[in-house]
Structure formats: structure tokens, C-alpha cells
Design a protein around this ligand. Structure first.
Ligand SMILES: Nc1ncnc2c1ncn2[C@@H]1O[C@H](COP(=O)(O)OP(=O)(O)OP(=O)(O)O)[C@@H](O)[C@H]1O
Ligand SMILES: [Mg+2]
Length: 274
């Protein structure tokens, strides 16, 4: 089991920051990101953008935090320590996207892992439609990597994602917007045997494949993947290594998934430590 306290005492623990919405059920969002950071022995700063009344099966209400309060959370943390890696999740509104982009520049924060969360599986919007332009124009050009699922990649680029060539075309367009790299996730693509994600850094395309789990995946897979990329970056890995390790970490957490009450499958980020 993790000896988090002894890692802290040795003062070697790197700090990563997540800027995301909440999931009171703990399966996704901010609460899940902190678990992913802890499992990878990274200290987690967590900036709340939006209070989301959700469980693993549905989203009941979404209430964005004021943009000034998002800014203030980042500012007060950065006064104490500068995170060495950063991820963004659900950002709710165009104004929040703009204050996050402004803070990254003003405080010289690390280039973020941008998980461009737009719509929950149940169909509820976690990012206003009008904020998609701000995401594309303000935040994606700052990104170390963007991790869209297929519908998000389609919304950002206008490319209809059907086959391997259209996945590559969308990936090229996201890099052309200014992101240094993209990981286009394949969970929503029609492949019954495998879950294949495409990594592209402007030069090479790399396919990352895992066996598709039975029962339609789990709640919060995208959050675990993007938080794990940020955690491995915080630990000093190069981007492609961080992405490969994060995919393995997610697959292990997914194969150890469990259900609580009537929940959908929930990931276990501590699977490989038990
Ligand atoms: N059934 C599955 N079996 C194995 N891996 C999966 C499965 N579904 C998704 N994945 C993997 O989970 C990660 C997230 O992919 P997905 O396309 O589902 O993202 P997402 O829609 O953003 O997830 P979320 O709904 O959690 O936000 C990817 O690495 C993908 O390949
Ligand atoms: Mg997602």
C-alpha cells in the first residue's frame, strides 16, 4: 500500500494541479483526479470550476463557480508552490476558460493536459456551447496535449470521425490549432475487440491499444487517463512515455473496476498497488 506520508516527509513529492468540475460520487472529475495523483505519488492541488450534482449514472444539476473565484483558487495556491504539471477538465463557461488561460500565462504555469470535456454520457452539457470557441482559441493553443474523445474531436475540428483516416485528419487539425500534441481517444469508436487511442505530436502517429472490457467501459475513464498523463509528466516523464504509461494505468484501473450500490463500474486507481 502507498506510504504517502513517508513520500511527503522525504520532500520529493511533485505537485500537480487539476482545474475541473466536481463529482460527489468520486468516480470522475476533481475527486477522481486527486485519487489518480495520490496513487501515482504526486501531491494534488485541485481548483474547482463547477459544482456538479452527479452520480455515475446521471447528472442532476450543474452550477459554475464564479470566474473570479476560479482565478483566486489558482492564485492562492501558486503563492505557495508552483505545480510541475497541470490538467484541465470540465470548465463550464467561456469566462472560466478565459480566466484559466489567463492564469496559465500570467503565473507561467506548465503547459496543460487539456481534457476538453463537453457533454456527459447522459447528454448534459458540462461546457456551454459558446465556450467551445474560447476552448479552441484560448486554451488549446497553450496545451501540452489535448485528449478529446471522438465526439469532442468532431466538435473541435468539424471532421466526421468514422475511420482511421478521419481520426488522423482530426488529430492534424487539433495540432494545427496550436496544441503540441493530441491523444484522440477511441472509447466511442465502433470496435468491439479493442479500445484504440491515437497519439500525434505533429510528426508521428502512435496507436495505443488495449482489449475492450466487457460491459461498456466505466464512469470516469477519460478523467483517469488525463490525470495520469499529468501525474507522469509531474514525475518527469517525456510526453509520449507519460501517455503510454497513463494508458496502461487506466487499463489496470478499469480491469479492477467495481460497483457500489446501483452504480456503473467505478475505476480503482490503486489496483496495481494492492
Ligand atoms: N470498454 C472499454 N474498454 C477498455 N478501454 C476503454 C473502454 N472504453 C473506453 N476505454 C478507454 O478509456 C479511455 C477514455 O476513452 P473514452 O473515449 O471513453 O473517453 P471519454 O468519453 O472522455 O471518457 P469519459 O466518459 O470518462 O469522459 C481511452 O483510453 C479509451 O481507449
Ligand atoms: Mg471525457
Amino acid at each position: 500500500m502507498i506510504n504517502y506520508f513517508s513520500v511527503l516527509k522525504r520532500r520529493k513529492i511533485p505537485v500537480a494541479m487539476t482545474i475541473a468540475g466536481s463529482d460527489p460520487g468520486g468516480g470522475a472529475g476533481l475527486q477522481s483526479d486527486i485519487k489518480t495523483f495520490a496513487a501515482l505519488e504526486v501531491y494534488g492541488y485541485s481548483v474547482l470550476t463547477s459544482v456538479i450534482a452527479q452520480s455515475s449514472s446521471r447528472v442532476a444539476r450543474v452550477s459554475p463557480v464564479s470566474p473570479a473565484l476560479v482565478s483566486a483558487q489558482i492564485e492562492v495556491l501558486v503563492e505557495e508552490a508552483r505545480p510541475v504539471a497541470l490538467k484541465t477538465g470540465a470548465l463550464a463557461s467561456a469566462r472560466i476558460v478565459r480566466v484559466v488561460a489567463h492564469a496559465i500565462t500570467e503565473f507561467k504555469l506548465p503547459a496543460p493536459v487539456v481534457d476538453p470535456v463537453m457533454i456527459a454520457s447522459s447528454g448534459v452539457r458540462l461546457l456551454e456551447r459558446s465556450a467551445e470557441t474560447a476552448l479552441r482559441d484560448r486554451l488549446i493553443p497553450l496545451a501540452r496535449i489535448v485528449t478529446p474523445n471522438a465526439p469532442e474531436a468532431a466538435a473541435l475540428t468539424g471532421v466526421k470521425i468514422r475511420d482511421r483516416e478521419s481520426v488522423r485528419e482530426a488529430a492534424r487539425k487539433i495540432v494545427a490549432i496550436g496544441a503540441r500534441a493530441v491523444l484522440l481517444k477511441g472509447g466511442h469508436l465502433e470496435d468491439r475487440a479493442q479500445a484504440t487511442d491515437i497519439f500525434y505530436d505533429g510528426r508521428d502517429f502512435v496507436e495505443l491499444t488495449s482489449a475492450r472490457s466487457a460491459g461498456g467501459g466505466a464512469h470516469g475513464t477519460g478523467c483517469v487517463l488525463s490525470a495520469a498523463i499529468a501525474a507522469y509528466l509531474a514525475r518527469g516523464d517525456a510526453l509520449e512515455d507519460a501517455v503510454r504509461k497513463a494508458k496502461k494505468f487506466l487499463t489496470a484501473a478499469l480491469s479492477a473496476s467495481c460497483k457500489i450500490g446501483r452504480s456503473r463500474a467505478l475505476l480503482d486507481q490503486f489496483a496495481s498497488r494492492r
